[in-house]
Design a protein. Structure first.
Length: 190
């Protein structure tokens, strides 16, 4: 019997896996999120997910799931903001613009490993400085790539459209992960 390990501290990824019906244990990955300069920005999320997966100590029978989400605006990587000012600047840049959210996923067992990524296009309407200030002060989005959570207030009032998976923007492309866990790794939902 295989045991699923979610190697992530993200409460959003945990919620998605729970809602899909999987039993799992959370084990935080402890590594520095750095992408070498030779990795193309569109491949950075997948690179980080794979690197994170390889850093986890595996016990017999465990399936390790890791993921990393990045935001790209005009082919520029927007990571997690360093502070509130950085978050406000990111959101100002995302206002009235379309950007890409890419989540890289790596799932591995002792005998199999798959890595893939999912991309969603997100378009924000105009965000006023007051709206940005309110969101950053109230929601403190410093743990989120691109300085926002689509499921939070700024997503509700600011996002005009998305093309692709909503759950990918939240932090885990649910459809692809479900298919991989059930069809490739043979896990069942409870």
């Amino acid at each position: 019997m295989s045991k699923l390990i979610l190697a992530s501290g993200s409460p959003r990824r945990k919620e998605i896996l729970i809602s899909m019906g999987f039993d799992f244990t959370v084990r935080k990955a402890n590594f520095k999120e750095e992408v070498p300069g030779y990795i193309p920005v569109v491949e950075s999320a997948e690179y980080l997910a794979k690197y994170k997966n390889e850093s986890i100590k595996r016990e017999p029978g465990e399936i390790i799931l890791t993921a990393d989400t990045v935001v790209l605006l005009n082919d520029r990587l927007l990571g997690k903001p360093a502070d509130a000012l950085d978050a406000k600047t990111m959101l100002l840049n995302l206002s009235n613009a379309t950007h890409q959210v890419i989540t890289g996923v790596c799932i591995s067992s002792s005998t199999n490993k798959i890595t893939f990524s999912s991309m969603t296009e997100v378009t924000f309407g105009h965000l006023t400085k007051a709206e940005i200030e309110y969101y950053v002060e109230k929601y403190k989005p410093l743990d989120k790539a691109g300085a926002y959570g689509i499921q939070e207030w700024v997503g509700q009032i600011g996002i005009e459209s998305i093309k692709g998976s909503y759950y990918n923007v939240v932090g885990l492309p649910a459809h692809e992960v479900y298919r991989a866990l059930t069809q490739v790794f043979g896990l069942e939902v409870k």
